[in-house]
Design a protein around this ligand. Sequence first.
Ligand code: FMN
Length: 184
Amino acid sequence: MNTSIWQEITAELHAGTHKKTHPFRYGTLATVGLETLPRQRTIVLRAFDPEEMRISFYTDTRSKKILHLKENNRVSLLLFNPGKQLQVRIEGLAHRERSESVLQECWARLQAGARRDYTSLQSPGTEITDPHRIDYMQKETSDFFGIVHIFPFKIEYLKLVKPDHLRVRFSKEKQAWNSEYLVP
Ligand SMILES: Cc1cc2nc3c(=O)[nH]c(=O)nc-3n(C[C@H](O)[C@H](O)[C@H](O)COP(=O)(O)O)c2cc1C
């Protein structure tokens, strides 16, 4: 396996979850539900576990992405670092965190303003007439706070560099990661 590129990927993912200004803080997550149309959205990478290569984000459990994950938990996550001309495309399986204690621990660490994002009375995506009149629950509740973990099975690295662009595919087979160079 190409360990130097692997280390670069893990370092970027680590930086994305630890440095607020790192471009890997934001990723584009694509899901495909039963209607078979890919749906993409920006998410904030909240945690990265290099042992399991597990990437986590927070979400409102009433959102469409959660419905998509129930229908099909195969997802794609796209990350781009413009300063390095580096793209990392990840394919993996998404799983919701089910441990109440883990959810409560993360909820407790969220700032009050961020908690509000998960307490609208109506579900995300509901049509409204006035964008400045959104009703929130009277009591702060974590009922709709969710954590989703992505477990990659394929990671594709592409860096545009001179003289030769570099593209490497990492695939997980029987718990081991292998890599191949690809034509960029
Ligand atoms: C800068 C930015 C960061 C966002 N971070 C998240 C996030 O971490 N989790 C999330 O569920 N939605 C996040 N969103 C909102 C999603 O992009 C999306 O619009 C919303 O979750 C609804 O998506 P869905 O209907 O496909 O589920 C973010 C949006 C922006 C613009």
